[in-house]
Design a protein around this ligand. Structure first.
Ligand code: HDE
Length: 830
């Protein structure tokens, strides 16, 4: 039996050395004449030959177990004696910094062991005494990853299963026996495979990645992840919709969740944000109401994942503070093209705190490097049928293909004094801070470069919690944020079945976890020793209070009455809604109006529809008039606004609020382009187009009516990669149409081809028509000509093989613009 060397110092939570003044070892303490007493007490607890007679004095017995026991008992006495009082106690009073706790390292590791038989080694109990001061229940996910290559099936007890096809029966045609523990274990586990889905944000997709800090931000924050340029911190990100159930479609109109878990050296920080910078409500008290209003109506559980129903608009129209967020959801932000192309926002105001305890307010922003791009509503609806996993698939496929989604983290920081001069309250989550008042500062980048191994174990079981902050990040008094601090931890208790969800591998921090919390459902950590309280002397005071090295809340003077109410500035519900609407381009405004028209057309109660319009009159008269016209009603009187602040620093339009303000880096990686062809296609032109697109990072796929091979005009056989049935128009960003054979042959008569071309056109996607413009004319009923200049925006026609390269170049430029809304019509002619 070999002993491991004792520790010489005790690491604190972040691996730093504990300040010398509080680290003493009991070996340095004066010897005390306790052995004789000890041996006396041993004889009452230990039987066997090692009973040392009292008079034999202090010699350690030959029996190693007894020697261990003696060392433990003696060491324990000394450890306890080394702490004659609780030196930290006086520091608990007054409002100074919390003192660092006392920590005394025992002379021997066995002193704090649960059992002196810890030295016993086995495959199960391990290699004997563990390296102390560590929590082995944490670490990379490698420790729990399972692979069954070359393995036989076993039960959960590891018993090999001889027959995984048949249950145990009394005769081949007889009843199944209760004795069949293998069948019962398998079925029982299956019966319990589901856990409650999230109350909100049930539908989501996740990925691993890292955050890399651009420059040290130590003047602003002591948060470890911002401590030096180039520092990388592992992250897990989950994107989600809000209203729909776990199996609902991705492309519904909704706010999107953008939750990031940073596994920092000082513990986990969860930045649980959305793709919209403001929220519906101003106080946590109203969250259950807004969620109940938007969720399917309780009597018939309809509609799924949609706000287009009476209860939602009833609530919104009575809650004017919600109109700003509602405008954002009705804009194209509510139907993003991809998780890779949407912004993220922390929404609530937080604080950054530096090592000196000084703090500034901060708003967090995620800026997608690929730019902000959205879908068209008609397209989003059709995608929900064609591929309900559209966003999940896009994220997964992009990462698998090495096209790593990337976002810049930008901060808006401002002091309390600056905030006081803003015409809105920064504690009001229905307000944003215009970039004109506080510019964005890019401080790092988030890269998602690894798909999860297992959706349930990672994406479903990940538990984000607004209360997970680290030293250097703190809360503001935003009443919504304050409520969130409670809600997230609370919800995990029922969703993940108890208080130990932090031990699930995806949730466990990389930073060391040491505390006296014990037991509970599904406990995994095996805490060593008999001490589970603080202060203690029997474990040398450990784990001890970290003092100023730990998380310290920003010191804030409070001198006010206990009240329920809102600050006055919270009453301005419309200034920023107006700012948002007026900052949208005409195209975006059109889309927004159409979204209101659609949603309200689905409302069955006329008074609710009218009330929404009466609210919109306070935002913008033209908007209200357009929506009223869209649903066929007269303009109702406007709702009386409470107040409207138009302070000097308020901005009337903010370019950054338009989706078009951030087109991205123009890279085409990850765009889906269809090469629509039928037999007889010009093989040379198809190949030339294909390779030109591959060169710019697009993976074009040959699309036709049926799978198999196409015989090109030059005799070449071209593999069809997918079909119009499997991947209709809405699943592509752009298309190249090889016109001649389509026009000449039977294919153009196919409704699917016509529909494909029509939808590509209607959704304003780039189109390259090679060979025969008649194809388009037939499909769209439009007169097109490359010569007469009548070609609509984003449509490139090429009927001259010599000019193919030029046409492809123009198509690539059109693709980089994503959509060509100049050709959009409402209602659509095509
Ligand atoms: Fe959440 N929210 N929320 N929320 N939220 C949850 O926590 C809640 C709010 C957000 O991918 C729940 O684990 C309250 C704002 C995201 O797992 C729950 C209030 C913002 C996610 C909860 C809010 C969010 C959640 C449900 C008002 C944008 C999904 C399941 C006081 C900044 C995280 C869960 C994931 C999830 C409560 C308002 C974002 C019930 C009480 C504002 C992205 O705890």
């Amino acid at each position: 039996m070999s002993r491991k060397p004792s520790r010489s110092s005790s690491p604190d939570l972040s691996g730093k050395t504990v300040p010398e003044k509080i680290t003493r070892t009991s070996a340095e303490l004066p010897e005390e004449p306790l052995l004789a007493d000890l041996l006396g007490s041993l004889t009452s607890t230990v039987s066997g030959p090692a009973h040392a007679p009292r008079e034999e004095g202090v010699l350690l017995p030959d029996d190693p177990s007894l020697a261990q026991l003696l060392t433990q008992k003696l060491g324990s006495q000394r450890l306890a004696a080394a702490m004659p009082s609780n030196l930290a106690k006086p520091g608990e009073f007054g409002d100074g910094e919390p003192p660092t706790g006392q920590a005394i390292v025992p002379a021997d590791d066995v002193v704090t062991a649960s059992t002196v038989q810890e030295e016993v080694v086995s495959d199960k109990v391990g290699e004997g005494m563990p390296p102390c001061a560590t929590n082995h229940n944490q670490g990379s996910l490698d420790r729990v990853r399972v692979d069954s290559a070359g393995r036989a099936i076993t039960t959960n007890q590891g018993v090999p299963v001889a027959d995984n096809q048949n249950s145990l029966k009394a005769g081949l045609r007889g009843p199944t026996l209760l004795e069949d523990f293998i069948l019962r274990e398998k079925i029982t586990h299956f019966d319990h495979e589901r856990i409650p889905e999230r109350v909100v944000h049930a539908r989501g997709s996740g990925a691993h990645g890292y955050f890399e800090c651009h420059q040290a931000l130590t003047a602003l924050t002591r948060a470890d992840l911002f401590s030096e340029a180039g520092k990388q911190t592992p992250v897990f990100v989950r994107f989600s919709t809000v209203a729909g159930e776990r199996g609902s479609a991705d492309t519904v109109r909704d706010t999107r969740g953008f939750a990031v878990k940073f596994y920092t050296r000082d513990g986990n920080w969860d930045l649980v944000g959305n793709n919209i910078p403001v929220f519906f409500i101003q106080d946590a008290m109203k969250f259950p109401d807004v969620v109940h209003a938007v969720k399917p109506e309780p009597h018939h559980q309809m509609p799924q994942a949609s706000s287009a129903h009476d209860t939602f608009w009833d609530f919104i129209s009575l809650m004017p503070e919600s109109i700003h967020h509602t405008l954002w959801v009705m804009s194209d932000r509510g139907i993003p093209r991809s998780y890779r192309t949407m912004q993220g926002f922390g929404v609530n105001t937080y604080r950054l705190v530096n090592a000196a305890g000084q703090s500034v307010f901060v708003k967090f922003h995620w800026l997608p490097v690929a730019g902000t791009h959205s879908l068209c509503w008609d397209e989003a609806v059709k995608i929900a049928g064609a591929d309900p996993d559209f966003h999940r698939r896009d994220l997964w496929e992009a990462i698998e293909a090495g096209i790593y989604p990337e976002y810049e983290l930008a901060l808006q920081t401002f002091s309390e004094e600056q905030a006081e001069h803003f015409p809105f309250d920064v504690l009001d989550p229905t307000k944003l801070v215009p970039e004109e008042l506080a510019p964005l500062r890019k401080v790092g980048r988030l890269v998602l470069d690894r798909n999860p191994d297992n959706f349930f174990a990672e994406t479903e079981q990940v538990a984000f919690c607004v209360a997970h902050v680290v030293p250097g990040i703190d809360f503001s008094n935003d009443p919504l944020l304050q409520g969130r601090i409670h809600s997230y931890l609370d919800t995990q208790l029922s969703r993940l079945g108890g208080p130990n969800f932090h031990e699930l591998p995806i949730n466990s921090p990389l930073a060391e976890v040491h505390n006296n919390q014990r037991d509970g459902m599904h406990r995994q950590a095996i805490a060593r020793g008999r001490v589970s309280y603080e202060p203690n002397s029997l474990a040398g005071g450990c784990p001890f209070q970290a003092g100023p090295a730990g998380f310290m809340s920003v010191r804030e003077t409070m001198n006010d009455s206990k009240v329920r109410g809102k600050p006055e500035k919270f009453a301005d519900h419309f200034s920023q809604a107006t700012l948002f609407y007026r900052s949208q381009s005409p195209v975006e405004q059109r889309h927004l109006i159409a979204a209101f028209r659609f949603e309200l057309s689905r409302c069955t109660v006329a008074a609710v529809r009218e009330r929404v319009v009466s609210l919109l009159r306070n935002v913008d008269e033209a908007l209200a008039a357009a929506v009223a016209g869209g649903i066929g009603i007269e303009l109702p009187a406007s709702q009386p606004p409470l107040v409207r602040f138009a302070g000097e620093s308020e901005v009337s339009t903010s370019a950054a609020l338009s989706l078009f303000a951030r087109p991205g880096d123009g890279a085409l990686r990850g765009r889906r382009v269809a090469l629509l062809a039928v037999a007889g296609v010009d093989g040379g032109m198809l190949r030339a187009t294909q390779s030109a697109l591959v060169k710019v990072g697009v993976a074009p796929r040959v699309l036709s009516l049926r799978l198999g091979q196409l015989a090109a005009a030059n005799g070449e056989l071209i593999e069809v990669e997918t079909t119009l049935e499997a991947m209709p128009s809405v699943l592509w960003d752009a298309a190249v149409i090889f016109g001649h054979p389509l026009a000449a042959g039977q294919a153009i008569g196919s409704g699917q081809v016509l529909e494909f071309i029509r939808d590509q056109f209607r959704h304003c996607k780039p189109l390259l028509v090679i060979g025969q413009v008649d194809t388009l004319r037939q499909a769209l009923g439009l007169t097109l000509s490359s010569q007469t200049g009548k070609t609509p925006a984003g449509v490139i026609v090429n009927d001259d093989p010599a000019a193919l390269a030029e046409a492809i170049e123009a198509f690539i430029a059109a693709l980089a613009r994503h959509r060509h809304f100049e050709r959009e019509e409402d209602p659509p002619a095509v």
